[in-house]
Design a protein around this ligand. Sequence first.
Ligand code: AMP
Length: 199
Amino acid sequence: MLNILIFGPPGSGKGTQSLRISDKYGLSHISTGDILRNEVDRQTSLGKKAGKIMDRGELVPDELLIDILHSMMEKNRVAKGFIFDGFPRTIVQAKELDALMEKLNNDIHIVISLEVPDEEVVARLLKRAELEGRTDDNRETVGNRLKIYNQQTAPLLDYYSRQGKLRTVKGVGRIDEIFKDVSSIIDKELSTYRLKRNN
Ligand code: AMP
């Protein structure tokens, strides 16, 4: 199994890169943002709790995300591996994911951080608001999401760096070029991983 986490501020392109990773390496894509938006659209009880929080650009409580994580892993038991997009976003979630991986006798192998300057992210999100009409892509919420990313999620980079898993990629430029850099990181890790397994 190959498990990858992708980090980056909102609008860094992690959704786009995750889909490409999922396609190229045959991994199941878990986007907690997509899962939550689907719950909101279907007006489930989880969706009702999460919708208002998401519209403010705040984080949905950890316990709800942990339930989602468990049910996604349960549904994808035969997966070749996972690309986690937008999860974990807090230290509590990261620790829960580590504990779950340990229980499954598995691991997170690569953590990719897409680096995009704040000004570029804000411009991209406001453009996406016009194109896609996401209710959390508006001027007030965007600033809040960025602040929350920097305060609550960015510290996770240090957590994974200490585990020796963090790889950074410049997330500015053409999507294809960024994906080339992402793929070369994954290919390198895969060959090291295979070598270790064969020795
Ligand atoms: P995203 O599509 O990843 O930008 O997520 C959209 C929104 O969903 C976020 O601004 C949060 O409100 C919520 N969300 C998604 N993933 C998480 C998570 N792991 N923890 C808490 N809230 C989340």
